[in-house]
Every structure is written in structure tokens, then in C-alpha cells.
Design a protein around this ligand. Structure first.
Ligand SMILES: Cc1cc2nc3c(=O)[nH]c(=O)nc-3n(C[C@H](O)[C@H](O)[C@H](O)COP(=O)(O)OP(=O)(O)OC[C@H]3O[C@@H](n4cnc5c(N)ncnc54)[C@H](O)[C@@H]3O)c2cc1C
Length: 381
């Protein structure tokens, strides 16, 4: 009964499904073994116009940045497939898009966007540091002006796409005396002297996603790579967090939906004591409850997608969608593992992988506690 999508969004959904079925699904085991989704996948996505939806056509994009429903469809399909696919794709094509289209100069757009759309210029965003991610305003990486350049020093951690990115949007402190108003954003490019990456981090789940530490040691970044206004970096990040959070909510819920549907089928097929395990009243009621929870949550997320498309999504409503979908996903996946019995604990089963991969959704992009803090403040508390 979802009513937010038009035929053109559903046509894009079909293309995304076909892309995943052809270029991702058959190679998933290899990606997991290699601990990487190779660049060819993104180049193919670029060829099919699936990376630059939010980028104006004049720079090689799809020119549908005004209608977030197109991006939402990609997030739903990638999210339903896996957390790794949706996070790597989403950071590049969704989260970073407004930074690179709305905050950039004409020269930067000409320089970066055409290759961003093709996947030749793969991107990451570095906010979190080893000393902390929740308290962004306390970040320690510094950038000091030196003539036409800035000299960057510091480090970032847990950066999605960090290992393979050609361009990283890096938040750094440019005026230590001004707190949150002394932070600026820079485009740090692969190959800049003093910019190095640590190992790919060994995560509990999503082995195929690229998550890395980044180090900056006297990196000379040209002033021409300053993104947005000097000293406004924190505000720029806050302005774009609603999109990051609704994007997260969309793919988080999509994975829960997809695994729940598979589990309902499993509960019909699997027999114990001479009957389908789904017909035991406990399991039947459980599946009824989980289905209700997912559908009611979907209605709220859909409302947020419509609001974001109209430019009306508030940071607080996006925070509600972000933490609630993570909570629902966690409950759904844990019950789905249980309903699969021993098979639910085997990595070769999608349900087991989904459960391991998804543990992060209550932590990243603003933890559930931080989301509740924002909502609580909005209540005047
Ligand atoms: C797989 C993965 C990918 C990621 N990708 C990126 C990326 O691409 N770019 C990026 O910049 N970051 C990324 N992150 C970082 C992520 O956003 C941070 O881990 C997250 O913001 C939490 O920061 P932290 O880990 O430093 O925890 P901390 O900030 O140290 O928090 C620790 C605990 O304290 C709680 N806490 C903190 N403050 C409060 C408070 N005021 N009230 C109540 N509880 C509080 C937190 O909720 C958490 O439970 C990624 C993380 C992971 C795991």
C-alpha cells in the first residue's frame, strides 16, 4: 500500500535490481573472501547512471537531486541486499552528494563531479577520529593556513570507503579558538604527500565493505580544495545530517524487511513435530508482530522520504527514523536468526550475515543514544 513512488521510481528500482543481480549477487562470496567490493562494480554502476542521481546533468549526473525518492529507491534495493553494499554505495552516491554539489565552487564541480558520476573518483567522508565520533565539535585534526595552501595534521578512523577513496571530505579544525565554529571541510585527494591509510579494519560484520583509518601528516591541501565556507564545516555537516540519517533508515529497514520475508518462507517450509515451525502459535504471533512493526515503521520512513523530497525533513524527525529503524532491525534480525535454528548461526546463511552486519546500525552515523539526545532536547529537556 505504499503510495510515495511513481512509475519512474519503480523503473529505476528495476534497473537497480538488475544491476545487483548481474554484477553483485553472483560475486558476493568472492567479495567477502577478498574483503572488498572491487572498483569494477562501481564503474559499472556509474556506466548505468546509478552513482550521480543527485548531480546536475551538466556534470554527467542524473539531474534528479530535487527528488530524493530516486535515491531512496537505490537505498532500498542496496539495503535489502546487504549492509556493505548500501553503506559503501550510500556514502559515495547519497551522503557525499550534497557536499560535492551544493557546497563546491564551479571549478571544483568541473574538476570532481564528472568522474564522481562514473565511479572513477570514489569518495569517502572523514568526520570520526580515534578520540571520538559522537562529539564531533571536539575533533582534533587541524588545518593551518600557509599561503595558498592548508597544512593538515591528524587522523580519522572507521571511514567507509576510506581505503579505496580517491577523494575524502575531511573535517578539520581551522580555528582552535572558535570551537564548533572553527571547523572547515577539505577535499583531500589520493596521492597528496603525507596522506596515508592504515589497514582495512577487521569488523564484526560486513567484511567486504572498506573501512579504514586515515592519517594526515603535514598534508599540503590547496585552498582550492576547501569545501564550503571556512569555519562553517560543523554547520555544513549538521545541515546534511538529516539526509545521512534518512538514507540510513531506508537501507536499515529494507534489510529487516527482506530477511523477515525470507524467514516467513522458512517458517512455512521448515518442519518440527510434524508441522511447519511457523504454525506454532508462539512463532505465528512473533512473525505477526514483527511484520506489523516493519510495516508501521515503513509508513514513518515513507513520510520522512516525502518530507525530505519537499525539503521539510527536520533533523529531529530524521533522528527518530534513524534510531527506531536500527532498533526494529535489531529485534527483527535477532528473531529471524532464532527462527532459523542452528542454520541461523551459519555464516553461509544470509540471515546470519545480515545479523552480524547489522549490529553497527545502532552505532554509526550518530548512535541511538545521540539520536535520543537530539529528540530529548527537542522536547525541551
Ligand atoms: C563500520 C563503521 C563505518 C563507519 N563509517 C564512518 C564514515 O564513513 N565516516 C565517519 O566519519 N565515521 C564513520 N563511522 C564512525 C561512527 O559514526 C562512530 O563510530 C559513531 O559516531 C560513534 O562514535 P565513537 O565510535 O567514537 O563512539 P563514542 O562517541 O566514543 O561513544 C561511545 C558510546 O558512548 C555513547 N555516548 C556518547 N555520547 C553520549 C551522550 N551524550 N549521551 C549518551 N551516550 C553517549 C555512544 O552512544 C556510544 O554508545 C563508522 C563506524 C563504523 C563502526
Amino acid at each position: 500500500m505504499r503510495s510515495l513512488y511513481e512509475p519512474e521510481h519503480e523503473a529505476l528500482r528495476e534497473s537497480v535490481r538488475e544491476f545487483i543481480d548481474r554484477h553483485v549477487r553472483p560475486h558476493e562470496e568472492q567479495f567477502i573472501a577478498d574483503k572488498a567490493i572491487p572498483r569494477e562494480v562501481w564503474l559499472e554502476a556509474g556506466k548505468q547512471g546509478l552513482l550521480g542521481l543527485q548531480v546536475p546533468e551538466e556534470y554527467g549526473g542524473g539531474g534528479v537531486g530535487h527528488d530524493y525518492r530516486f535515491t531512496a529507491v537505490v537505498g532500498e534495493e542496496a539495503g535489502a541486499f546487504s549492509t556493505a553494499l548500501s553503506s559503501c554505495w550510500g556514502i559515495h552516491a547519497d551522503i557525499n552528494a550534497p557536499y560535492l554539489t551544493k557546497l563546491t565552487t564551479e571549478e571544483q564541480r568541473q574538476r570532481w563531479l564528472p568522474r564522481y558520476c562514473t565511479g572513477e573518483l570514489w569518495t569517502a567522508i572523514g568526520m570520526t577520529e580515534p578520540s571520538g565520533g559522537s562529539d564531533l565539535a571536539a575533533l582534533r585534526t587541524t588545518a593551518v593556513r600557509d599561503g595558498d595552501d592548508w597544512i593538515l595534521n591528524g587522523s580519522k578512523t572507521f571511514i567507509t570507503n576510506g581505503y579505496s577513496a580517491d577523494l575524502v571530505i575531511v573535517a578539520a579544525r581551522t580555528d582552535p579558538s572558535k570551537g564548533a565554529r572553527g571547523i572547515s571541510l577539505f577535499g583531500v585527494e589520493a596521492g597528496m604527500e603525507g596522506f596515508s591509510r592504515g589497514r582495512k579494519l577487521d569488523k564484526v560484520g560486513q567484511p567486504e565493505s572498506d573501512t579504514a583509518e586515515l592519517f594526515f601528516e603535514n598534508v599540503r591541501v590547496p585552498h582550492a580544495n576547501l569545501i564550503g565556507q571556512e569555519g562553517q564545516g560543523f554547520i555544513h555537516m549538521m545541515q546534511h545530517l538529516p539526509q545521512e540519517r534518512i538514507g540510513n533508515a531506508i537501507s536499515t529497514l529494507a534489510l529487516a524487511r527482506s530477511i523477515l520475508a525470507e524467514t516467513v518462507q522458512y517458517a512455512k517450509d521448515r518442519k518440527a513435530f510434524g508441522q511447519s515451525i511457523g504454525t506454532f502459535q508462539h512463532n505465528k504471533f512473533l512473525l505477526a508482530e514483527l511484520t506489523t512493526k516493519v510495516e508501521v515503521t515503513q509508513a514513518y520512513v515513507d513520510q520522512c522520504i516525502v518530507a525530505h523530497t519537499a525539503g521539510r525533513l527536520t533533523p529531529v524527525d530524521a533522528a527518530k527514523a534513524k534510531w527506531w529503524t536500527a532498533q526494529v532491525q535489531s529485534e527483527v534480525l535477532d528473531h529471524c536468526v532464532q527462527l532459523h535454528g542452528g542454520y541461523g548461526y551459519m555464516r553461509e546463511y544470509r540471515v546470519a550475515r545480515a545479523w552480524m552486519d547489522a549490529r553497527v546500525t545502532k552505532i554509526w552515523a550518530g548512535s541511538n543514544e545521540i539520536m535520543k539526545e537530539l529528540i530529548g532536547r527537542d522536547l525541551g529537556l
